[in-house]
Design a protein around this ligand. Sequence first.
Ligand SMILES: [Zn+2]
Length: 339
Amino acid sequence: MGAQQAEESRQSHGDGEVNHSMAGSEQLYIGLDVGRTIRGALVRADGSILRQHRVVSEVSNARIFIDQLIDVIKALRADTEEVTAAGIGWAGLVNQREQRIEVNPNLVDVSSYDLHAELERATGFTVVIDNDANAAAYGEWRSGAARGFNDVFYVTLGTGIGSGLILGGQLQRGSRGFAGEFGHFKISDDGLECGCGGTGCLETMASGPNIVRRVREQLFSDPSFSLSKLARDMEGILTAERVERAAIEKDDLALSVLKETGRILGNAVASVINLLNVEVVVLGGGVMAAGDLILEPIREAAQRATLSPALECCRIVPAELGQDAGIIGAALLARDMRI
Ligand SMILES: [Zn+2]
């Protein structure tokens, strides 16, 4: 596990009691959410979590990073014989058909390794790798806010913006697995440069770091916000979480930026509803910690920009699984594997 700090926690999700004992011959699955942190869980077939394990990712060395993944899977497995498969939600573009990582913007480059084959060999499990937003969408669909729906658009709003799409009861990945890059919807011709190489992407306005950027810009350009609580934070580290907290405390600047963020997101969500006629839009990720302060502006903008028949049969709701959506979804992808 390298020199990284390891942390174990145990919890149960859903309606069941916390139960640390392994029940009989119950089938269990391992789910991993791989980004700057590797979060893993041992998950029951119903989506509830038996045990969690996490380490900080080693992003400077591919070999150590892959060994970390193997170690997390083995630590979760412990002496449990019932585990048969592991699913991995990966923060990058995944060629799902070939089980290959194609683009890996924030992690170490593992392209010289056959990650999938190596994980299967080292763990003895069947392994399925998918994009992290697809895994989270799958989790919310099978075990969270989108349970029971057939046509679902899931959005995760955090450091980046990702999405997953379920149509006709099937997770949609596109021809190679790259579908759902909602953060790279182009919303303006002369916008900021984006991490993808383009300009004017949704992510350059509405991701967590860009919410912070817009707060900073407003503080510099508009003296009327000088009394904002956030002005005092300019000396230190200003985060999206801090902006959200200030909004909850009724700070005018924070409320204004979140409202504008909601308007931008709502317009983009409306385009998806108009295009795909989904039954439910599920909004998750750290930015949604602001609750109704971001959700209501999204709903209002979406209502204005969506064709009314499509809007009447579509709900826009917050996610239910929080940070666990990715690990639960990855495990359930392993459970329902269709490669
Ligand atoms: Zn982009």
